[in-house]
Design a protein. Structure first.
Length: 351
């Protein structure tokens, strides 16, 4: 339990012990938790100066009840022991900087590259604590902004489609009520048509693949996140209908995946890549879609940090992997009841 993110209950069956009793014994006597030197401030900050290395990531994650913690990690640790450099409660710049400054300047000067998202607070923390480091905006966060903009276009069209369908339902019910009143009076339809049944349900128009327009927009969410070469036959059919009915979604899809392809081009150096990303920003602004205009502005605002990716093609995937392991550990213990003890175990396993 000192080296793996497992619970006492997971040892219950193979070792024929009572999990709850062993958990209490481990916490109170076996682990050394009660005499832990960091216990007094563990919930606020933990630092591990010995884990500092040249390639670092910074990100935030939620440990308990939505409470955020800022995590600084050494990529060389590969999400094992020796990974954590610091874990600080909250995301306030002052708190994180104060904790990281407990690491000596000689150690902090070893950091040469820090990967992060578009957070301004994270950027400020890196500038103050790792002045010699190059800030790198993770490519996947840039792509995520583009995908979110694409999905926003889809959701706008979906809201319009739902509104149109609800309007059609109301019109159908109104006609149905008129037919019922006519039937009660014994009047005949002037067109010679038989009045609709009282309990007849509204049937929306269906497309050639069996979807309604609202269903088409709903079911297209995941196919839009994939390149066309990965679509199944049914997804190709759905995408063809979607793009025929909603050309704005086709344009948004083209822009989102164009950005991905520009990042995927491994032959580009930083100068050519910079021109390519600038061209994409220009195309996004010329598209006339506000969501993509905002993405272009965000990228241009942090353009130099975005371009630093093309030096070593470093990403923040490691930080996301570490976050996933922490969340999986949290799920195994069925939520964090004692935050200090949870952080104690995290420090043993990843610190």
């Amino acid at each position: 339990m000192d080296t793996c993110p497992i619970t006492a209950r997971s040892l219950q069956r193979p070792y024929h012990i009572k999990g709850d009793e062993f958990e209490r014994a481990y916490k109170d006597f076996l682990s050394g938790y009660r005499t832990w030197e960091e216990l007094a401030h563990a919930e606020q900050w933990l630092v591990f100066p010995e884990n500092v290395g040249p390639h670092v990531s910074i990100d935030e994650t939620s440990l308990s009840r939505g409470e955020l913690y800022t995590i600084v990690a050494n990529k060389a640790g590969k999400a094992k022991r020796g990974t954590l450099i610091a874990i600080v409660k909250g995301t306030r710049i002052e708190d994180v900087v104060a904790a990281l400054n407990r690491i000596g300047p000689d150690k902090r000067s070893l950091v040469k590259e820090v990967t992060m998202d578009f957070s301004d607070s994270m950027s400020s923390i890196v500038e103050q604590c790792f002045p010699d480091a190059e800030k790198v905006i993770d490519r996947f966060h840039a792509q995520k902004l583009a995908y979110e903009a694409m999905q926003a276009v889809r959701m706008t069209e979906k809201r319009k489609a739902v509104k149109a369908e609800n309007k059609a339902k109301k019109a159908f019910k109104k006609r149905q009520q008129t037919n019922i009143k006519r039937r009660k009076k014994g009047d005949k339809d002037s067109r010679g048509r038989k009045p609709a049944r009282k309990n007849e349900a509204y049937k929306p128009e269906r497309l050639s693949n069996g979807d309604t327009v609202v269903e088409l927009l709903t079911r297209s969410r995941y196919l839009l996140m994939q390149p066309g070469c990965n679509w199944t036959e049914s997804q190709k059919t759905r995408a063809k209908l979607l793009f025929e009915l909603f050309p704005d979604i086709e344009l948004a899809y083209s822009l989102a995946h164009s950005l991905r392809m520009r990042y995927n081009n491994k032959t580009d150096d930083i100068i050519i890549a910079g021109e390519s990303i600038r061209e994409w920003c220009r195309m996004a602004k010329e598209s006339g879609m506000e969501d993509f205009d905002s993405v272009a502005d965000t990228i241009e605002d942090r353009f130099s940090d975005v371009l630093h990716y093309f030096n070593n093609r470093a990403t923040n995937a490691f930080a996301e992997s570490l976050n996933a392991k922490l969340k999986n550990f949290r799920a195994q213990v069925r939520g964090v009841v004692d935050t200090k003890f949870f952080l104690f175990r995290v420090s043993l396993i990843f610190g």
